[in-house]
Write a protein that binds this ligand. Sequence first.
Ligand code: FMN
Length: 221
Amino acid sequence: MEVRRNEQRGRYELFDGNAVVGIADYREQAEDVVVMPRTEINPDRRGQGLGAVRRRVHRRTPGVRRDGRRLAAGLVEKRSVNAVVIWESVTGTTRKAANLVAAGLRAKGIETTVNSVTRIDHGALSAASIVIVGSWTDGLVFFGQKPGRQSRLWSLPYLTGKQAFVYCTYAVDAGRAVDKLAAIVQSRGADVLGGRKVHRFHLERDCAALLEQILQTVPAS
Ligand SMILES: Cc1cc2nc3c(=O)[nH]c(=O)nc-3n(C[C@H](O)[C@H](O)[C@H](O)COP(=O)(O)O)c2cc1C
């Protein structure tokens, strides 16, 4: 078997003789990082095919990271859904909520990565079709509420083509913080499908409700 790079179609092709038995779309994320958001293997070749594409591309292609971390993060079989939960947090509540949501998604078979807004794994983000963004509520308790540290959120990478959900943790009254966060995430190119406020003392209850919203849109794999 042989792997060929098809520049025109932006993919690697795994050939068995003259037959294409597997493909892997690629995107050059950075100079030294190639991300493969989608692979397809002829169903007869499942089991051997995916590993073959991964190993061969990896071995033969200059520029693909040798540690394989980002490559592996982007290598998903067709129809599998990946998610990234991005959080902004001062005292840890929003991060905890992010981990709860991620655990719920993983329990449904959705490969999920959790990132601070200041340290985003671009490979995982590129491979994800769902993005959940959480922040905390900043305001004067009953008015002027907005997502905390908005400037960081405005600097999120472009999220074009991704489905997004948002949440804001709060202590007393979240006001319109969730709507404002949704507007920010939408402005980064995502399609925001839902969101909710998450009370800091009811994380499990409110994260479960958020998860339900997400899973209604995204069937478990
Ligand atoms: C400067 C500041 C302003 C806040 N303003 C509000 C507010 O207007 N309404 C509210 O319900 N909670 C408010 N909170 C509470 C936080 O939103 C809440 O505790 C949140 O869960 C903290 O998240 P973190 O632990 O991820 O930082 C405020 C907190 C801080 C530090």
